[in-house]
Design a protein around this ligand. Sequence first.
Ligand code: SF4
Length: 252
Amino acid sequence: MPRRQTQKPALSVASPATKSAGRTKAKANAAAASAGTQRAALPQAEITEIFRRFSQALPEPKGELDYVNAYTLLVAVVLSAQATDVGVNKATKTLFAIADTPAKMIDLGEEALIGHIKTIGLFRTKAKNVIALSRLLVEDHGGEVPRSREILETLPGVGRKTANVVLNIAFGLPTIAVDTHLFRVANRTGLAPGKTPLAVELGLEKVVPATYARHAHHWLILHGRYVCKAIKPACPTCLIRDICLFEDKTTA
Ligand code: SF4
């Protein structure tokens, strides 16, 4: 288990033009596309090529939340809802130094926990959830983070996305956590068009080659966060611009 995850993405370097003959650029609904809900879907060969490039550019992508074990990763992800990773890392730096297990978090208590995380949005609700999930981990799971999406989703404050992040990072499972960035990239590019995060997740599970499944969610989230941004995507320097189906690519 790595102690810390910080890594600058390298997914926006200019790539040599590559052949994409045979690809049909299906017309997408313009309004839907600008909202990040591209209708067209890419052929499998081009999907594979996208991940080949991501893999080449950033062989070992990492998330950007700091943690010291599976439990602190779970807490960090719960705290990160509607907050930035940078903001969460600032708060957890001192928190995890004194509470890196469910038992220690329970001993710390809700009020003291609030003292550490009060710079994060929704901190009162999150503090309640962290203490409650810590109790459940101690009482029902021997103080360990379960390696099961179904069980993780029974914990307070833990939804499918959080469970998928934990399963992927802490346990190395090929899960795909669809956040707003990944949702946008999957729709714009045509990798896995879908109207809901679940539709995108299930779509990606079908088309991401097994070789790339472990890191797919990191590559796509980093790509969306730093390159394929919501307001002004960096299309001119995008690694996959010749494959991407987005009709409103930027030119400068
Ligand atoms: S070409 Fe533009 S829209 Fe397509 S993935 Fe790259 S940054 Fe996003």
